[in-house]
Design a protein around this ligand. Structure first.
Ligand SMILES: *[C@@H]1O[C@H](CO)[C@@H](O)[C@H](O)[C@H]1NC(C)=O
Ligand SMILES: *[C@@H]1O[C@H](CO)[C@@H](O)[C@H](O)[C@H]1NC(C)=O
Length: 419
């Protein structure tokens, strides 16, 4: 017989464990294929989708007719009570949530674009709060505007109260059919500064932390590496296998983004920067172009950028020494995946005993092309920067590691994935 006191003690002993929650949600990967021209047009003329003026030229014009690939990572979320389901992109850098509103059907042109999406009907939700704030944003091939609303957000069984989001009454998209996303689940730690949105709302992650929804202020990310694989976002805990193994643990550092709004300053502003000593090609000693002098870079984690961006000189050194048949002109190119057997490993040294080695199987992004079949995309691309100190560790890096973001300790742990 167990006495009542013992029950009571057990109850209180277990209480702290139950005071927060955890969730594990699957991540789906989708390769989007687009012509450079279309993407450029979207970025310059989103909303209007006009043709550019005659004679209009942009600097990368030799790529105009090229096909590019972009990787989108999505999961299911729900908004409202009872919950209304949406497909949301999971994004380390992003803050502002949005969903198409049922009102998008009222305008015939917008209706054409939003018909295929999940749509939010506020009159079906008992927890909806309106606001009159008008917002507009551009995100992943979408261009929207509407007004801010507030409702309950559900993510893998977790309940986040009063999530603000743009209820989009205007909706345009560069996708031929329905867009593969209705919304975004922002994982920005800090308020991200993007020129592409004026909503300035708290990210879903920020709300989870502020409302102490999670057992611990921790999340981990395993991005799928192929479209037919499933990844995982663990909220409130780090999976045991990561803790048990020898992960590289790095402190997050405070980093002030450059003043001007740019893609780089947007990624930096979300709050996932660490110090990085060197990026080198793994080869015989004395034959290492990037490895002469370790200097200190600042490296930003993001999964909304597909590539790894390096300071200009370092990028040239690495890209031109990667393979005798490849040079700078091959930036952004997709190759036959058999190239993986010939390419070297790339070494990211974050400090003493803090080294991540990516093999070509990790850093070449695998995509499936409707015409060409399986292709492997080179990992490097250049993002404009004034002071050569920034490295952006986008999806080409993030897909190669299991990453754990511990926001209580202010550190990131990276674990190399085994084949
Ligand atoms: C939204 O829900 C209300 C309440 O059920 C319904 O009357 C209305 O028709 C719905 N709106 C649309 C556009 O479906
Ligand atoms: C966002 O921009 C739109 C269009 O310029 C404007 O109407 C709206 O008031 C802006 N919203 C905020 C919150 O600044």
């Amino acid at each position: 017989m167990i006495s009542n006191e013992v029950y009571l003690v057990l109850f209180f002993a277990l209480l702290p464990v139950c005071s927060g929650a955890t969730a594990t949600i699957p991540i789906k990967r989708t390769t989007i294929r687009f012509k450079f021209d279309d993407w450029q047009l979207y970025n310059e003329y989103a909303g209007a989708f006009q043709q550019p003026e005659a004679g209009h030229q942009h600097p990368l014009s030799r790529h105009d007719q090229s096909t590019f690939y972009h990787i989108l990572y999505t999961t299911s979320i729900a908004i409202g009570n009872p919950p209304q389901p949406f497909t949301a992109s999971i994004d380390l850098s992003w803050s502002d949530m949005f969903v198409p509103s049922v009102e998008c059907l009222q305008d015939p042109v917008t209706a054409q674009y939003c018909r295929g999406q999940n749509k939010y009907n506020s009159s079906l939700s008992t927890t909806y709060h309106p606001s009159k704030t008008v917002t507009e944003l551009m995100y992943e091939g979408l261009s929207t505007s509407g007004y801010l609303s507030q409702d309950v957000l559900g993510v893998g069984g977790l309940v986040i109260l009063d999530q603000q989001f743009e209820e989009a009454t205007f909706w345009r998209s560069m996708y031929l059919n329905a867009a593969p996303l209705d919304s975004a689940l922002g994982l920005a730690r800090l308020q991200s500064r993007t020129p592409a949105s004026n909503a300035s709302t708290k990210s879903a992650l920020r709300n989870m932390l502020d409302q102490k929804v999670l057992s611990r202020p921790v999340f981990s990310l395993r991005l799928p590496r192929r479209d037919d694989e499933s990844g995982e976002l663990a909220l409130g805990y780090s999976p045991l296998e990561v803790l048990a193994q020898s992960a590289v643990t790095l402190p997050l550092i405070e980093a002030t983004p450059p003043k001007e709004l740019s893609q780089l300053s947007y990624y930096i502003s979300s709050g996932y920067t660490v110090a990085l000593e060197s990026v080198t090609i793994q080869s015989s000693p004395g034959n290492n172009p990037g490895g002469r002098k370790p200097s200190t870079y600042k490296a930003v984690f993001t999964n909304s950028f597909d590539y790894i961006s390096l300071p200009g000189t370092l990028l040239t050194e690495i890209q031109t020494n990667l393979h005798p048949n490849l040079g700078m002109d091959d930036q952004l190119a997709d190759l036959d995946c058999s190239m993986r057997d010939d390419l070297p490993n790339i070494v990211f040294s974050f400090g003493k005993n803090a080294v991540i080695v990516l093999t070509p199987w990790d850093y070449l992004t695998e995509v499936r092309d409707v015409e060409k079949g399986m292709r492997c995309v080179l990992p490097f691309a250049y993002l404009q920067q004034a002071d050569d100190e920034w490295v952006v560790l986008g999806s080409a890096f993030m897909e190669g590691v299991y990453s754990v973001f511990d926001l209580e300790k202010g550190e990131v742990s990276l674990l190399m994935l085994k084949e």
